[in-house]
Design a protein around this ligand. Sequence first.
Ligand SMILES: Cc1cc2nc3c(=O)[nH]c(=O)nc-3n(C[C@H](O)[C@H](O)[C@H](O)COP(=O)(O)O)c2cc1C
Length: 140
Amino acid sequence: MLAQLLYVSNRNSNCTQEEIDNILAACKKNNPPLYITGVLLYSERKFIQLVEGDFNTLMTLYDKIKIDHRHSEVMMISCSPIKEKSFPSWHMATKKIGAETIDYSTDMTEQDKAFFDEMLLGNESDGKRVIKLLKTFLES
Ligand SMILES: Cc1cc2nc3c(=O)[nH]c(=O)nc-3n(C[C@H](O)[C@H](O)[C@H](O)COP(=O)(O)O)c2cc1C
């Protein structure tokens, strides 16, 4: 079953840019053979990752990611079956976003910003809206 999983976490202070590069290298090596694609946004303090692929494969990957010491307080926002992928062509699209406050792109409405803040707090799980926002970030 094709599924999509979204989580947020806190980036630990030991997670330097070099470690981010190592994470991306792991994504590049491991995700394509598993048909896992997605998006990873990161700031100085946070990670937001959306992964898409076979449900069981995603769960196995999530179990591994959850115990990674480069982040903590990993919190699943949503995990749902999907008909088709929203990010089919990225083994893991990446984008660094603003530090303390999220550096919102200008075409985000106030409502979108508020929604995104709620999402970072784990209070939102409207999948379609999250995807739209992630796309906005990737394109900005
Ligand atoms: C925020 C975050 C996202 C990650 N995303 C992935 C991922 O999509 N795919 C992956 O294989 N590893 C990912 N990792 C790394 C895994 O936790 C783990 O270190 C890696 O899969 C080990 O790869 P290896 O078994 O090839 O050594 C992520 C780690 C962090 C902290």
